[in-house]
Design a protein around this ligand. Structure first.
Ligand SMILES: [Zn+2]
Length: 343
């Protein structure tokens, strides 16, 4: 699967504007604001099943159909620009998302391709917008001074969890807009509605909603060891747990049994849900399950997986000749929960 978490990304790809290059690393943003949360992420993007799901971002869905109310909130609102599916993050000090105020955002809003209402943070309305993909837009002074555009997969582990939620929402929603400009029914042009949460066909009025593609991750245990496997596209020596997309007409439980059987030949039991992770690259929701294999005789399909091994907690504590995903990803979380005896 293409959107699976990747491991050991060294750093975010940084887009530097001409002015940043000439001014060197002493760049200090002065005018722009940031989201209020700093510090290191602990569980970015990953749900805590036993806690309320409400985060710091109040999605305020009722406002999406109240344009007059939403317009009032524009005074004092914050704007998050997205460029080539990358988010704007402060380039000096610890990384935090850049939020432009309405005055700073005004010239960019005039050229933006799409704009969506993300919700409220501490009562302040937050919008996200897609900037045109050409390089010239980066010469806007407010952008040049504010930070750099980064791929969220790279910079995410350095951000505080609530910041990641907001940036992931911006990226995921704007990606969907970018790729749904035409109606899947009649081919007519679509327009944005409900503050960015629907696209409506100009020809047949059909309404299209943002989609999320569920995918399962399978932590398979057998007598104190878990099955780790590698796909041919993984970096050398990287192993992870099994994963696959849910197919139409399939329940999550059926998807778990099918994927595990297809990829490893194993039959499993005691399947239980553990936790989930939004993975908007471009639109996945990863659902993590733990389970027990009926026996340890796996047989790889030879296409999706090229190698597998049963790994004990001891081997995970001190991996020799292999590594597994970082804790930023759901697979890395599940493996560490197994190591701590939590699943
Ligand atoms: Zn249509």
């Amino acid at each position: 699967m293409d959107e699976q978490p990747s491991a050991r990304r060294k750093c975010a790809t940084t887009i530097r504007t001409k002015s940043q290059v000439t001014r060197g690393s002493g760049l200090e943003p002065r005018r722009v604001g940031y989201l209020p949360w700093g510090g290191q992420a602990t569980l970015p993007l990953v749900s805590e099943p036993l806690e309320p799901t409400a985060g710091a971002l109040d999605r305020a869905a009722h406002l999406r159909t109240q344009p007059a109310e939403l317009e009032k909130l524009r005074k004092g609102a914050g704007y998050l620009p997205v460029w080539r599916h990358r988010n704007l993050v402060r380039s000096s000090g610890s990384p935090v998302p850049v939020v432009l105020d309405d005055r700073e955002a005004a010239p960019l809003r005039e050229v933006a391709d799409d704009e969506v209402f993300l919700g409220l943070v501490d009562g302040r309305a937050l919008f996200a917008m897609t900037l045109p993909g050409h390089d010239e837009v980066l010469s806007e002074s407010v952008l040049a001074e504010a930070g750099t555009f980064n791929d969220l997969r790279g910079v995410g582990p350095l951000l505080e969890g609530r910041s990641v939620d907001v940036l992931a929402s911006a990226r995921g929603l704007l990606y969907w807009h970018r790729h749904h400009g035409y109606c899947g029914s009649c081919g007519g042009e679509t327009r944005s509605g409900e503050a960015g949460y629907v696209r409506i066909c100009r020809e047949c009025d059909r309404r299209h909603f943002p989609r999320t593609d569920p995918a399962i991750m399978a932590l398979i245990e057998h007598e104190g060891r878990i099955l780790l496997a590698r796909q041919p596209r993984f970096p050398p020596q990287m192993f992870s747990i099994l994963a696959g997309f849910v197919e139409p007409g399939e329940s999550l439980e059926q998807a778990v049994h099918r994927e595990v059987l297809e990829e490893s030949g194993l039959e499993v039991e005691k399947v239980r849900y553990v936790r989930s992770q939004s993975w908007p690259f471009p639109s996945s929701l990863m659902l993590g399950f733990a389970m027990t294999a009926k026996n340890d005789a796996y047989e790889l399909d030879g296409e999706e997986l090229e190698e597998a091994r049963w790994v004990s907690r001891k081997a995970l504590d001190d991996p020799q000749g292999f590594f597994y995903p970082p804790k930023f990803s759901l697979s890395g979380q599940l493996i560490r929960m197994f190591m701590r005896g939590e699943v």
